[in-house]
Design a binder for this molecule. Structure first.
Ligand code: GAR
Length: 215
């Protein structure tokens, strides 16, 4: 069975969706760079090893990343899953776990990388917004896309209402992608494009698009 370590920074609702999905994956630990993160409590209650590593206690980004990498290595996971982990990771860290770090980002990349994605989507007037699960590469929010979930943007949306709709989609999207990973079906081609093996047209429509229906 493949194994993962999950990195969080706060609430941990994506982590909770993953833990609650009965995936055929061994979840070896949850680590937060903020020791007070609510998600750590949730993980501990569910019997998962929960570790706080305060990044402010380290003298540099590289020093924290080195300590984090060592901690992760103790668990020997196949994948490192970023679920609301709000720190930029340094290049040595990303190279150390090359092709094994996965992130969820709250926009349809390559649109709206970075922060404040929901307000940016509203300001740009887009009608469809969503979330992306992708492999992490040194260029922030630009790695190979594994899957995306889309939601409608309504005319009276605020950043908060849109964030809530996207988050609900994230909670479907991330467990789905991790199931594919667990099944060894995520194929990262040398071109940088990801294909999911074994999806037929019907299941692709259902699983790959994951479009939250238009009402
Ligand atoms: C999620 O919306 C996730 O996509 C986003 O933070 C939120 C975490 O919520 N991640 C990023 O913005 C990464 N740059 P959660 O802690 O409840 O899962």
């Amino acid at each position: 069975m493949k194994s993962i370590v999950i990195l969080i920074s706060g609430r941990g609702s994506n982590m909770e969706a993953i833990l609650g999905s009965a995936l055929p994956l061994e979840i070896r630990a949850v680590i937060s760079n903020r020791p007070g993160a609510k998600g750590l409590e949730t993980a501990a209650k569910l019997g998962i090893r929960a570790i706080g590593m305060d990044h402010t206690a380290y003298e540099s980004r590289e020093a924290f990343d080195e300590a984090l990498a060592k901690q992760i290595d103790e668990f020997k996971p196949d994948y490192v899953i970023l679920a609301g982990f709000m720190r930029v990771l340094s290049e040595p860290f990303i190279k150390r776990f090359a092709k094994r770090i996965i992130n969820i980002h709250p926009s349809l990349l390559p649109a709206f990388p970075g922060l404040h994605t929901h307000q940016a989507a509203i300001d740009a007037g887009v009608k469809i917004h969503g979330a992306t699960v992708h492999f992490v590469t040194p260029k922030l929010d630009h790695g190979p896309i594994i899957s995306q979930a889309a939601v409608r943007v309504t005319q009276d949306d605020t950043a908060d209402s849109l964030a809530a709709r996207v988050l609900a989609a994230e909670h479907q999207l991330y467990p789905q992608v991790l199931r594919w990973l667990a099944e060894g079906r995520v194929d990262l081609k040398s071109s940088g494009v990801v294909q999911i093996t074994g999806l037929n047209v019907r299941s692709e429509r259902r699983a790959q698009l994951l479009l939250v229906p238009m009402e």
